[in-house]
Write a protein that binds this ligand. Sequence first.
Ligand code: TYD
Length: 221
Amino acid sequence: MFPPFVLLIFGVFMKKGLFLTFEGQDGCGKTTQINLLIEYLKNKGYEVVLTREPGCAGLGEKIRSLLLDYDGEVSSVCESFLFLADRAQNVDIIVRKNIEEGRIVISDRHTDSSLAYQGYGRQLDVDRIDMLNNIATSGLKPDLTYIFDIDVETSMARVGDKKDRIESAGKDFFDRVRNGYLEIAKKEPNRVKVINSVDSIENIHKQVVDLFVELEEKLLK
Ligand code: TYD
């Protein structure tokens, strides 16, 4: 824990807040870890805002329901654009504003979900999804992205029988999604950190905190 004067100096240097994203296959356990990190950050004196994709407050909730609850045939390109539309809304209405006001914004899923699920999973062109992500976010990048890696058998067992449209896509799809996430981490090792998600909640939380502290120290230098 930093003493208040260090946090003050940190605030001066930081000028703006931070943007953290949490990623991983369905059933990877990221929700538990998001809640623990938020508690840790608030105890440290940070103001934290949690958002999610799909489904940030307001219009995002309607896009989420279109994406997850519709049970007819869906074109992969249509699916991609709906996720991207939701992302633009999240970034423009919630993320950017809160970062500029000095808060730590945590997004439960963001650009890497489109790369992993629509690019690698649905086998659309990954470079094109990357370009569309940049349009949706106007180039805003997370300061740190956590990927919770887990084998597909365990993650599917955790999701159970009550699956939404995307969770019903099958094992081959989720093998590609997992592999996609690992590829993303290889391409951007500074921003993207992989955490083995088959471990105790406490051990995983410790790794999440250590990576955050590393980022804090980098920004202080
Ligand atoms: P959600 O219930 O929020 O899942 P989780 O709790 O695992 O985050 O559902 C979001 C689903 O949408 C999830 O299956 C991942 C998928 N998704 C994409 O396919 N592409 C995207 O760009 C995003 C943001 C999510």
